[in-house]
Ligand binder design. Structure first.
Ligand SMILES: [Zn+2]
Length: 485
């Protein structure tokens, strides 16, 4: 085991622990991907974005990361929806894999190192089921299904803190299946009729949901992983069952650390198709910039539940706009090219402190709300430095570079400030209750007042705009506006 100076809250132990990797400078990480029966929604984006940030941060720290995120492209939900749509389940899956890739790319979520699919991993899935049968951890029922025998695993329930005797309610109807124990779960479902079926030593059929992740993780990452992740709703039964299968088959611990992202609600309601409040990533991106969604998530710790509303998105857009305005100003001063005015020792310390504080917060179980608070503090400080006309290009370049570089693993502030501002200024102004025309009119009126040395009127216009959240800056080339933080 190799020490790192990173601390992670491990669902398995329930504690924040020093993170140790199995191999020096290499992290093997698995996160459960989507079931490809429909387009991905922003709940899927939540998990994808948080794990993307973790992975990118690890790389930023110099680790090699092998990251696997699967596609569940065989599932009852896919078969059901395909039937309704009158298409083949494999075609529906293929389309949804493509749609998910398109959406993730648009969100700036990088492809995983490996993105295996169930349909491509069938031999490994079958081999693992066979091994479980050989070990006495699985059995075939008279109907021809294969079930995992939960009573075989002495520590079953260790991830979700459940005890088999408590889970055994006795109320579940066993009549429909021929499994031996209500806790046993399917590894292979006999099915000769469906198009989505494959040959196996037990006849035609398809794998259960849980076994695919155990098989894919083993194929690409080995028998023990550094990190296994997913949404909190997967802890039980999915992840509990993955542990049972993998550990019964491989006889070694499955994952050292389990990380779970929280759940997303919209206006305090669970997202669901029936409530009509599900927002697909594609729909979301019609109205909002992808960095708005990232910021909206990263304002929260990955493990906490997140609630979204239109106000949350509007506030994030405004916050991004403010950051981009500051970047534009920094870039402007760099372009001016004024020499001298380098950093004072105290300013050097401030810049280094920002970088160190961000890193300390990231090392503390990816505390992104604290990271973003550090960004706000640093940008405020940078804006104060911008008021100093004596400061030179090299100084502002250092600040701008530090901001961009430090925000890189968050996937924020990576666009051109001018483009972002152009694209969003009318929306942000409208959120402040102003139109761009109105604002430009007020700026022109104030200009005229200043020309006739009517300072009272000029100050009044400035104050009224400030009350609405717009700050005016008088420059030799004219008056520029920004929004207040
Ligand atoms: Zn999984």
């Amino acid at each position: 085991m190799e020490s790192t100076n990173i601390y992670l809250r491990n669902t398995l132990s329930g504690k924040k622990e020093p993170f140790q990797t199995l191999e020096a400078e290499h992290i093997r990480m698995y996160a459960c991907g989507v079931t490809t029966y429909d387009e991905s929604h922003i709940g899927h984006a939540m998990q994808a974005i948080f794990f993307d940030v973790m992975r990118t941060y690890f790389e930023h720290k110099g680790f090699k990361v092998t990251y696997v995120r699967n596609f569940t492209d065989v599932d009852d939900k896919i078969i059901d929806r395909a039937k309704k749509l009158g298409v083949s389940p494999l075609k529906l899956s293929e389309d949804m894999v493509e749609a998910t890739r398109r959406d993730m790319k648009a969100l700036g979520v990088r492809p995983a190192t490996y993105e295996p699919r169930v349909t491509e991993t069938m031999p490994n899935i079958i081999a693992m089921i066979q091994r479980l049968i050989e070990h006495g951890a699985a059995y075939k029922t008279p109907k021809g299904d294969i079930y995992y025998k939960v009573s075989n695993k002495k520590d079953y329930g260790k991830l979700s803190n459940r005890k088999p005797e408590e889970l055994r309610s006795g109320t579940r109807d066993l009549a429909e299946t021929d499994k031996e124990d209500e806790l046993d779960f399917a590894l292979w479902k006999a099915d000769a009729s469906s198009e989505a079926s494959w040959d196996s030593p037990w006849g035609r059929g398809r794998p259960g949901w849980h076994i695919e992740c155990s098989a894919m993780a083993k194929l690409y990452l080995g028998e023990t992983l550094d990190i296994h992740g997913g949404g909190r709703d997967l802890v039980f039964p999915h992840h509990e069952n993955e542990i049972a299968q993998s550990e019964s088959a491989n006889k070694v611990p499955f994952a050292k650390v389990w990380l779970h992202s929280g759940l997303l609600t919209i206006d305090n309601q669970k997202m669901s198709k029936s409530l009509g409040n599900q927002i697909s990533i594609r729909e979301f991106l019609k109205d909002w910039h992808p960095e708005v969604l990232r910021l909206a998530f990263l304002q929260n710790h990955y493990g906490s539940n997140v609630n979204f509303s239109q106000d949350v998105f509007r506030n994030c857009r405004k916050r991004l706009f403010y950051f981009y305005e500051s970047l534009r100003e920094l870039d402007h001063r760099v372009k001016e090219g004024k020499e001298n005015g380098d950093a004072l020792p105290q300013e050097d310390r401030e810049i280094q402190l920002f970088v160190d504080n961000v890193d300390a917060a990231m090392r503390d179980d990816f505390n992104t709300p604290v990271v973003l608070a550090e960004f706000s503090k640093f940008v405020r400080w940078a804006n104060q430095r911008l008021m100093d006309p004596k400061k030179g290009a090299a100084f502002f370049k250092r600040i701008a570079d530090t901001l961009r570089q430090t925000a890189k693993f968050l996937g924020l502030f990576q666009k051109s400030p001018g483009e972002f501002i152009e694209l969003h200024k009318s929306k942000v102004l409208s959120d402040l209750g102003l139109s761009e025309d109105e604002l430009l009119q007020q700026i022109a009126l104030r200009q005229k007042a200043r020309e006739r040395r009517d300072w009272e009127k000029s100050d009044e216009i400035r104050a009224t705009l400030l009350e609405k959240g717009v700050v005016l800056h008088d420059r030799p080339e004219g008056t520029l506006w920004t929004i207040s933080p």
